[in-house]
Design a protein around this ligand. Sequence first.
Ligand code: BG6
Length: 486
Amino acid sequence: MALTDFDLVLFGGGGDLSMRKLIPAMYARDRAGDLPATAQIICIGRQNWNDAEFVQALNENARQHINEKVFAQASWDKFCARVRYVSLDATDAATYQPLNDVLRSDTNITRVFYLATPPTLFARICHNLSARGLATEHSRVVLEKPLGRDLASAKEINLEVGQVFKESQIFRIDHYLGKEAVQNLLALRFGNVLFEPLWRREWISDVQITIAEEIGVGNRMGYYETSGALRDMLQNHLLQLLCIVAMEPPLSVSADAVRDEKLKVLRSLKPFTPTTLARNIVRGQYRAGHVEGKAVPAYRQEKNANPESNTETFVAVKAEIDTWRWAGVPFYLRTGKRMADQLAEIVVRFKAIPHSIFTQSNSSFQPNCLVIRLQPDDGLQLNLMAKTPGDGMRLKPVELELDFAETFKAPRMDAYERLLLDVLRGQLTLFMRSDELEAAWEWVEPVLRYWEHEGNEPMPYTSGTWGPAAASALIGRDGLQWREEA
Ligand code: BG6
């Protein structure tokens, strides 16, 4: 579907996310011919730059994040010509006049405000836009994570932003939902008959969802220190992936049909009790070590770090979903920085065969397992048992592998490219609704409080490993292992 003309306003336009993701994503779509000729990208910042100076900043900071395969100087110059820079103080409505001046008033032009700012500014910016008459009923607002830091602040954001924009105008972004493999999971589950009958407690033993990163906090210490892995990754990305795995078939892929089903999953998560708070969560923080052969410092020794910080850089949780489909099936979620590998995957492990008709014992049969890989590449792997060639009847595990890049030669789209296109088209399916956001915070809230009150120190783990030993023990108690450790 072609895009109609638009003015995209990026608050935090000179910031890290804009330079690393948003500008490169918009450039890639421009290069692919998706952007209308007169569409504008208006970057907001406090620096007193003119358009030419901002383009220089783009050359210095955004250009390096563009895939060389799609870059061409002529199309980059053309793209930069549609970028405008507006200097204002986002907290002060009196400074918004220059934004008024560049925005076009034609209501056929889609107007999007993308708030890539700290969440403490969301309410203020929305009210300022409203006060200046810039937030019209045709405009949309995109809220970047973190969407609050607990249930109360998330509710506050929903309330305040809701005073200016209707729910149908609010796009709460979780870039994991824009990843190709996540959408493929929907295709796999609801475009085939093969898995759905097995996608339940009778046949599935457990589900593991891992997002492991090799990088440390880098230059984001200011943000990360107030966040930690639970707020940064688990409350949003991991829980969203869990929803896509566990939800019932939606009536359609329309926004509310999908979001209704995701919400039911979040509301069915078994609430924590004092026992499960103590037993089912592991909190870790990286110490010095080696990643890809290079020595890396401990979290507490990173630039600008608090040497006594108790912020977690790793978290693992055992979750359960109290529904007929999933009762008793553990969902193990984990994420961490400075881990052994850069990898994001969902592992669905099926139950063991009930009985072996072969001379091999039951225990020599590896249960079937479906791996949905999100990163570093996207693909599917199905582990089966097959007969080894030759005389006799020996079975051994084999892998059916589907590499999406190989199968579909089409170039991959970054998650932000897809999500920005969806915003510009007004398609809300891949964005969180207010009730979903609150349900996710509600589930993690007791963990935050528990850590706060118990002063629960994170367990140390060496950089370049799979996290604290307690994470292996968490799953080991149920007689299982993380896939990489099996
Ligand atoms: C972001 C987190 O939301 O996701 C970062 O704030 C993290 O800490 C990033 O590094 C991971 O995203 P991706 O797409 O690189 O896996």
